[in-house]
Every structure is written in structure tokens, then in C-alpha cells.
Design a protein around this ligand. Sequence first.
Ligand SMILES: [Zn+2]
Length: 804
Amino acid sequence: MSSQLCIHGHFYQPPRENPWLGSVFPESSAAPSPDWNSRILRESYRPLAYARRLDGRGRIVEIMNCYEWMSFNVGPTLNRWMQVNSPDTLKRIVEGDKASVERLGHGNAIAQCYHHVILPLATDEERRLQVAWATADFAGRFGRRPEGMWLSEAAVDTPTLETLAEQGICFTILAPSQAKAVGGLTEPASWTPVTEGILDISRPYRVDLPSGRSVAVFFYDGAISQAVAFERLLSDGESFWRRLSGRAREREGLLSLGTDGETYGHHFTFGEMALAHVLAKAREGEDGVQITNYSAYLAQNPPKERVMLHEPSAWSCAHGVERWASDCGCTNGDHPGWNQKWRAPLRAALRSVKNMLDRHFTEAGARIFRTPAHALLEYGAVLAAPHDEQPRSLFMEQHFLPDVSRRDRDAAWQLLAMQEAGMASFASCAWFFDEISRIEPLNGLTFALRAMELAATTGARVDIEEMLGHLEKAISNKPEEGTGRELFLKRVAPRSITPGKLTLNALCGLCGSGNVPEPGQRVRQAWPEVEVGIEFTADPSKCAPAGQTGAGSVSGALAGECTIKLPLEERGRVFSFSWLPPDKPGLAHPLDTSVVLNSALREDEQPARYVQLDEAKRTCSLIDPCCEGEVVYGRDLPAGARQLLVGQWLTAGQEAINEKADGLTRFLLGFLPTLEIEQHELIWTHLWSVFSVHVLPAVLDNPDLLEYARPYLREFLQAKDFSPRQLELRRRLVISYLQANLSACRPDWQALLRKREALRDFMPDADLWEIQNALWPLRAQCAGNPDAARCFEAYGFASTLGSL
Ligand SMILES: [Zn+2]
């Protein structure tokens, strides 16, 4: 008797990007990582790509790519973030899917609806768009069409399944509690009511749809999935395996788990190792359990029964999909006395914005696109590869009317970006928790604000008051936060990044990294969602308007021209500016840096409009700040943007210091004489401490040369008076140094061995994780190469690796 195991991980993060830039601003709660995406990448997504399997002595026998052995979906917006911020993790995920296709004929990866919206609460058009964009993103990443799709929060109803079926998606995965009744495939149907305990989850079911199409549904094991999430089942790989194989042996067919990918590593440290242990057991067919994925199982086991679902329903709300629409009482349970009456007005507010966006897209799109709705649906292919010329030109060829002006071609990309931001505002996270002043609802409103600005820029009449009217009815559980209206005015509207703020941000970025260009030389500052081209004119007074405060009125301001455009736009908008840099002598405070921006409208252009806040009157309106010249000071930049700049400057500064200090340290060490007999430590240790992080890379570079100086260098480096932060910096430098040494495809094994020995001596607690990851793909070189085999052993691998 054999049963098959499929462990599914749902990988997703709420959209944290600032919608004007497309970058995630630093979040202090995620420390030591700069933001939560980076933190979960480090704790979960990456460890799963490089999960350790150890022998009894703690040595590595395998670095497993769990994505090769588990079923998974990665949210498209997370894919986009990873593409920029950790392309090698994404590469490993894609490789995992490819390997599973080769093994099983069907891949481990399934798609996920694009913006994680609750599909039963979306319009028909939105549902279609979510599925179409998800499919395009999937095809772009994995090079094949998706067979299955993960529904956000497993939220399902008949229209949702119709949309999946219409677009060729064969199956989805639901919680067992979502099944209402099962029946045979033959007509007339006779239905047997089911509950979670009764439902046979070892097989797929078919949902017959009114259109005549059908979709297959898998139900995961609720009890074990729950235990993985909440009952510390991941604390021990072997007991996890015993629980799974015990359950699997109870009957033939499929045993599948539905889990959040973040459970492994982020919620439970080393959870990825417990998972790898289980996957390895199943891979070896232990206890008669085979490993599979949903697509492969479905291909061999088509549904033999039908299922009727509770509609609408979801995996994390007992009231249909009310958790995302009303005060149903489902929350994370942190604040028992709170209510969620704010949920309905928040949804109404965002819906009123989206309705306006939809009308505007249809009207304004009519002069640009052959069929606006069709163009919107297929825009997902461009989003999947924004830097690829081919999907973009294909899209233009297929969807733009033949005689569209250059101005309208730019407007087209703005309209599409507007709809993207409008859809992102509906990400389910905004309603999931218990309070409207949390980051998730505010992020949703921020995307709506960006969408409204793009609508205004492309000629829509935007009435912010309509949205604010709904938000007035959304009352925070925290009296000091007031209503949604106040939250929008106080916390959301100031996030808007106007052309002036963007230009100042770009200029400060150049300044802090020492890249301010010479007059006449053009430089570009780019973020995922916007680009700024900057060129200084030779004559600083040329662009300074008379009578302006800020940069314009102060002598020595730098003048120039900037172009702001979305990445897909051809022309963008041109402005003249004058800038007072933060490092200008005589400036009282760096935040007095300022920019005066004037729009240089072309004849065929309309002014761009941005949100302006009148705090006294508690109102918000859309204005074109540049028609009359926008003046922006450093202190006007959003806090997150300033944090991001500080991060950029620190990184650039550190790199510059490294380069200098590395060379100097090598030179110093080379001149160091042997110790006097009575001498026990370095002389001038207070000065050496400045170079302490650079000593180790220098020692690693030439361990033999420094034989005589070892004892006191070791004592110096292991002294207790280095702070954990200094040690962290040293650790990072050593890692990047060793990685650089490994980048050759045939590394110098003997040199790597000597470095390892030196590392043992000077930094016994060195973290070899990344180095081991880089070594692992080279393991085939161990065969017949004793140096390579010794090297692997020295870096923590089991000695049997050489004989693999
Ligand atoms: Zn509920």
C-alpha cells in the first residue's frame, strides 16, 4: 500500500512598497533587517532554498532546495520584490520547480492571484485581471503555464472558480471545512453532507460550474496543517515525520498539508531543517510514502466524486468572507474589546475610488487602446518583465491604436499603472487584522492615493471628498487616532511623493554617494516604479526663479533640468530645478537642503496633479504643484525616504572606507615586526581598533606571511572589547571576501583550506552559511580530488561527500 505526500507552502508578503518609488521603506520593527520582506527572506525564503540536512555529528550531508520537493506558490508582488532584492533566491525557487517538472512531469509551483485580493468580493473584471496577471507572472518566471492557483485566504465562490476555469486553471487547494457535500459524478446528483472530520481528503474532487466547465479541488489535512502552524510540530523533524507517515499509512491516496511558507524558519527557527528531514524521508520512499505534487497527482488520479462548497468561504473566517468586509469578529485576537466596524467603510472608500478609476480607464483608454479592457487584462505580461523590450513592444503593437501620439503613449502607461495601484489597494491584509490605524489599511489607502493621482494626471476629475466621506465612518479603536478620514489626512496624504520631493530625493541620493555629475553630464536615479534623469546646467543662476524662497533665492544653488518618468514611459515630464545641496557650506542644517521645481510643459502636455493637504481645514485636494513652482525642503521628504537615503549613504560610505582601509591594513600588517619577548599585544591597539574589521580579510588573504604575528593578532581580534556591531560588520566583510574567492568555477582548493584554517584561528565562531551554499554546487569536484574533499570537510560538510 502506498500513499503520497504533498506539503504545500503559501509564500506571500503584503505589499509594503511605497507606490511612487516601488521600493520598500525601512521598518524599524524588522531590525536587524532593514524591512520585513528582507527579514522573512533571511529567516524563511532563503533557508528553504538552502536547507541543511546534518549527520549525527552536526556535519552537512546535503543542502536541500526544499522548493524542489514541496508544492508552493509565491505571490507575484513578492516575486517582483525578490527579483530586485534577492535574484539568486528566486533563481533557486525556479530551479526547484524545473527539477520537479523533470521528475514528475508536472511542476511544484502553482500560481497565486496577483494582488492577494479576496476574489469573491471583487468585480468580474477584477477577478479576471487577478487571474490573468497571475498567469502571466507565473509564465514569465517559470517558463510554463500554471496548472493550479492559490486563492488568497482560500476565499472561493462559484464566480471565482468560473474565472479560474475560463483561464485554463485546473485546480485549487481549500481547507476541509469549506466542503459542504460530496456526490458521485453521474447525474442525477445525490449529495451527502460532509464536515471536516468526515470528508475524505485523500483525493481530488470536481466542482461542476454553471458554464459547463469544471475545476478540481484538493483539501489539505486540517489537523496536521494546524499542528505545523501552531503546535511546535516543526521543533523536531523526526516526530514531524512520524506524525505524517502515521497519518499517511492510515489509507491510500494523497496526504497534503496547507501551510504558510513563513512558518518554516520565520515562525519556527530551523523549521526548514525539520521540513527537509521530512522531505528526504518521503523522497526515499520510507514507510511506503511517496512524494508528489498536486498537478502530478491530479494527472494520475482524476476526480471520481464531485464536491459542493460553502459559498463564499475562506480558510481564516467562519463567516464566509466577512472578515474582509464587516465586523464579523474574526481577528488575530490581540485586543478582545475592539470592534472591526471600520472594515465596511474602508472597503466602501476604496470601492468608490476604484469605480472612478475604472470609469476613467475606459473613457481615457478609448483614445489609446483598441479595447481598453482587453489591454488591461494583458498588461500582466509587461509587468512580469518590465525591463524586457519584447513584451512591451508586443503589447503596444497588439493594443495601442495605430496613430496614438507620443503624449498618449505615455498616458497609456500611466493609466495602466493607475489600475495596478488601484488593484493593489485591495490586498486582503488591510482587513485581516483588528484595527484601521495598522500599517496594512494605511498601505491600502496609500495605493489608492497613488492611483487617484495618476487618474488626475491623465485628466480625470477626482473627488477626494467622496472617499473621505466613507472614511469618516471608519472609527479607530484607538481614540487618539480618530476616524479613517483623520488617518488619511495625517498619515497617508503626507506619503505622496510629488515631483519636487522626488527630485530632491534623487539629488540628495547623488550627493550622499558622491556622484553629483559635472554640468552637461546626464545621470539617472532609478527606483522600480520611477526614474529621474538629472543634468546640471553650467550656469547656476539660469533656472533660479526670481523671488522664490529656498534654493532659488540663495546664491550658489545648482541649476539643472530633470526628467521624471515611469519606467515604461518614453518621454516623461521635464522640469527645471535649482538645488541647494545639503553639504553646502553655510547651510544651518542638512535638512535645509531645498529644491525649487518648475514644470517645463510641452505644448501637448497637461499639468500633473498631486495631493495637497490643507491641515488647518482638514481637507485634501489635487493640485499641480509645479505650475507655480514647487519648493521642497529636506524635512518635507517622507521619513521612509529619508531612512532609505541614509541607508544608501551608509552603504556607499562603507564601501569607500573599505576600499581605502583594506589596502592600508594589508600594508600595515606587512610591516609589522615580530613581538618583543615581554610584549603580549599589539602596540597602539586604540588605533588598530579602527582597522579591526579589515584585519581579518587581510590575514585570510595571506595567512602564511603573517605566521610570526599570529599570536598577538589573534589576541587582538578575539579581545572582548569589540561590540557585537563591530563583530557583525567583520562577519559580513569576511563572508563577502570568501564569496569573492569562490566565484571562480574551479576554486583554488588549497588556498581555501588555508583560509579556513586561518578563520578557525582568528574567528572560531565564523558563520559559514553563505560560503557553504556557494560550495555546495561544486561538490562534484570532490570526486578524485583530495584537496576539494578536504576543503568540503573543513567547511562543515560530512566526509562521505567525496564519495557521492
Ligand atoms: Zn469571520
